[in-house]
Write a protein that binds this ligand. Structure first.
Ligand code: HEM
Length: 266
């Protein structure tokens, strides 16, 4: 199963053009959902106005080289390793899910566009990346959803309480899980079976919810977060600090303060 391209088996009954059109439709969903979200929330407008205002209090003009250095450090630390999440389970679970999803999506696109015709031979690397990516997403997403969600971790809500904010993580887990089950059932290669088709339908539906739900879910954070991290680090480097006061030049003598207990009462 791990070395089989599930889309090339599907191509025996479904024309690859349909699969490729589905990928384009999902891409359009993401672009349109994110655009409507930014118009509705006015967050991009606020973001640029705030950046313009902060520029006025900059104490230093950054050269192109300095800007490139700040942006590169942000990409390596804040974005590629989501350093905002600190050094704990939250970050480990996020990295597992984030890289799993990236591997799953990239290998899906490559297998659908380059290797889904019946005549083509898929290099075994891509199906392996696809299955490993899906497993990582299910593990990272479930770790977050069952144990680390604020509702469960800090508010003592039961893990089965579902609200709209869970749409993104649940659709993400569902699409990878249904993809895995569909691939497994297909690989059994039993004639006249219907169960792989049922899971193919679940796989399609969960993708429609994941990509069609961008406007209502947290999907777009994967675009907003990197932009905000770059802006924050540039504002620190040019001294404007988003109009926040500079850190006090005095030793921290406040006792344990908030470090007395791990913050978990939101
Ligand atoms: C393919 C890319 C990504 C995927 C699949 C992904 C996935 C997720 C998921 C499933 C959640 C939990 C959402 C929820 O609260 O229900 C989450 C939260 C979060 N993500 Fe991402 N993410 C991605 C990219 C990023 C990037 C690039 C950043 C930062 C630069 C980032 C920062 C965060 C933060 C700060 C949270 C809140 C975590 C928490 O509450 O524990 N994510 N992400």
């Amino acid at each position: 199963m791990l070395q089989t391209n599930p889309y090339s088996i599907l191509a025996e009954t479904v024309d690859p053009v349909f699969m490729q059109s589905f990928v384009f439709a999902m891409l359009i969903f993401v672009v349109v959902g994110t655009l409507i979200d930014t118009i509705h929330k006015k967050n991009v407008k606020y973001f640029f106005e705030n950046a313009k205002k902060a520029k006025l209090s900059a104490t230093k003009t950054l050269s192109a080289g300095e800007k490139i250095s700040v942006i590169s450090k942000t990409i390596v630390s804040d974005i590629a390793t989501t350093s905002e999440l600190g050094a704990g389970q939250r970050r480990a679970a996020h990295l597992l899910g984030m890289y799993g999803t990236i591997l799953f999506w990239i290998s899906s696109v490559i297998m659908i566009f380059c290797y889904s015709s019946q005549s083509s031979d898929t290099p075994s690397l891509w199906p392996i990346v696809w299955h490993v990516g899906a497993i990582m997403t299910v593990l990272g997403g479930s770790w977050f959803w069952f144990f680390l969600r604020v509702d469960v971790y800090s508010e003592a809500q039961p893990w089965y309480r579902i609200i709209r904010a869970d749409l993104f993580v649940l659709a993400l887990i569902a699409s990878s899980l249904f993809g895995l089950i569909w691939s497994f059932l297909q690989s059994l290669n039993l004639q006249d079976r219907w169960d792989d088709k049922v899971f193919l339908v679940f796989y399609i539906l969960s993708n429609l919810v994941l990509f069609g739900g961008v406007y209502w879910s947290k999907f777009a954070h994967m675009f907003y977060k990197p932009g905000a991290a770059i802006q924050k680090n540039l504002a620190e480097a040019d001294g404007s600090r988003d109009n926040l006061p500079p850190p006090a030049d005095a030793p921290e003598q406040f006792g344990l303060g908030i470090k007395r207990e791990e913050p978990k009462h939101y």
